[in-house]
Ligand binder design. Sequence first.
Ligand code: AMP
Length: 189
Amino acid sequence: MLNIVLFGPPGAGKGTQAVRIKDHYSLVHLSTGDIFRHNIKNSTELGVMAKSYMDKGELVPDEVTIKMLESEVLKHPNSSGFIFDGFPRTTTQAQTLDDFLHSKNISITKMIALDVPDEELIARLLLRGKDSGRPDDQNREVIANRIKVYEAQTSILADYYRLQNKLVCVDGIGSVDEITDRLYVAIDN
Ligand code: AMP
């Protein structure tokens, strides 16, 4: 089984690359941001709650996010692996994910971190906001807060996986195809 955490700040290209990796390795793609947006679109209770955090660029509380992610994993008992995109984002999420996977006799194979400088992230997010329809991509303050939250709560997870010898860093600057090729090399080696 191949279980990848695709890691990096908002705008690093995780969503775009995760879809390619999912197809290439026949994995199940779990994007917590996409699942929240799906719930917002369908006006579910979870969606209404998540929106109040997402609109400000804050993290949705761990308890609900973890419960949602675990139920998604359980929907795919026969999968050949998962690509986690946008999860984990806190140390509690990472530890709970490890415990949950171990209880199923599986584990994270690698965390692949996309490196992209802040100025590039902001430019990419504003560009994406023009046609993604995502409100959190259209407001500079919300973008700045998402990057701040990433630095304060999420970036530390690189150390969490480094300590397990699972961290691989990949340069996230270049064409989409170039970055995909680098990711395949990182996963295959
Ligand atoms: P993303 O699509 O990954 O950029 O996520 C969009 C927003 O969804 C984030 O800014 C958070 O508000 C929320 N979100 C996504 N994944 C998580 C997570 N693992 N933990 C908490 N909040 C999350």
